[in-house]
Write a protein that binds this ligand. Structure first.
Ligand code: AN7
Length: 353
């Protein structure tokens, strides 16, 4: 077969992943996402750093979850699983559904009723998953899924599954490869805390202890258990992907933050949405609101003088594509204008926008 672009993270890094089945990977050619320089945004936010965006929304189902899901489904296939299950705020659901479809497995996804962005639900149903909406939070869903998978033979594909971490750590490898070394800072949103765990593991495997980047996690103010130091009973935020009150990988996330001399910061929804709009309108990079939480946390911490990143290389991970949440996009930008099919109103509209 000729080399046709992206090969998938198991083809590239399977020899560095602790999973079974890498000789027959279940893949959609995920990974290999670009690092996009964002100089206008860095200037506008007064960061003074070299700001680079790791645009994970360009994965096959539109989020970073695909890196972990190729590993988890490949492992599940090697184990002989016929059915997989996850709790999800949406992106894990879409990703699990796609990779399960590819593996010929049944997929059951458990989502918080009414709190999943439209593009994610559309993905999950399109890929043929059984979508179960629980009248409760993501945390309620995860508790149920842990119980349901304990004895039933159904494979759990949340990031509690170590294969998910093995797959997601490849993003750290790619960043080091593309930059010719690790960045000084890595900023990312934190929800269930699998991704910060995975990046930290990837960096520790890739670079020497003295070179490790500092990790900066962003949480939504209404769903900030790591910042508060206690679970949040009723998490709430416009950033529905990270509407999580009791992260499964809490201990590992805290170890990444402490071990890297990093920090975790809370950002109000207004701050998240501001950076979300700036990413699209200053750099042409459209991510979902949750994805902006890492950069919003960085901007907030720099603005209040808690940290300085002057002259540093900073990578912000944009975890999901903007089209995942069309409702958020329409609600946070200027509305469309309708005109009669004549030149005058068109020119009028063109000149005042
Ligand atoms: C766009 O899909 O938890 O801290 O169930 O979709 O590893 O949980 C999604 C999480 C960040 C947080 N950005 O990552 C799910 C889910 C986006 C996300 C996160 C999620 P973790």
């Amino acid at each position: 077969m000729p080399e046709l672009g992206r090969r998938g993270v198991i083809a590239r890094y399977g020899h560095r992943m602790a999973i079974d089945g890498i000789e027959a990977p279940v893949t959609l050619c995920e990974g290999g996402t670009p690092l996009i320089p964002a100089p206008r945004l860095a200037r506008e936010l007064g960061l003074g750093c070299e700001l680079v965006l790791k645009y994970e929304g360009l994965n096959p189902t539109g989020s970073f979850k695909d890196r972990g899901m190729t590993a988890a489904i490949t492992q599940a296939a090697a184990d002989g699983a016929r059915v997989v299950m996850c709790a999800s705020t949406g992106n894990t659901a879409a990703s699990a559904a796609a990779y399960a479809a590819r593996a010929g497995m049944r997929c059951v996804v458990v989502v918080p009723d009414g709190k999943v962005a439209l593009g994610k639900l559309a993905g999950a149903v399109a890929y043929g998953a059984r979508v179960v909406a629980v009248k409760g939070s993501f945390d309620d869903g995860l508790r149920l899924v842990r119980e349901a998978t304990e004895t039933s033979g159904i494979a759990l594909v949340n990031s509690l599954n170590p294969a998910r971490i093995e797959g997601q750590k490849t993003a750290a490898f790619e960043i080091c490869e593309a930059l010719g070394g690790p960045p000084d800072w890595l900023c990312l949103p934190v929800g269930n805390a699998g991704n910060i765990t995975a990046y930290w593991k990837g960096f520790r495997e890739e670079v020497s202890a003295g070179e490790l980047p500092r990790m900066l996690g962003g949480q939504a103010a209404g769903a900030a258990p790591l910042v508060l130091g206690r679970p949040v009973e009723r998490p709430d935020t416009v950033a529905t992907a990270i509407r999580i009150g009791n992260p499964a990988r809490w201990t590992e996330a805290q170890a990444a933050i402490d071990g890297s001399s990093g920090l975790v910061a809370a950002v109000e929804d207004a701050g998240i949405l501001r950076v979300y709009r700036m990413l699209a309108q200053l750099e042409g990079v459209f991510c979902e609101p949750s994805s902006a939480a890492g950069l919003a946390a960085l901007a907030g911490e720099v603005a209040r003088g808690a940290i300085s990143v002057t002259g540093r290389t900073v990578v912000c991970v944009l975890t999901g594509h903007g089209l995942k949440d069309p409702d958020a996009a329409m609600a946070s930008a200027r509305p469309c204008v309708a005109v009669e099919p004549r030149l005058e109103p068109l020119l009028e509209a063109a000149s005042n926008g």
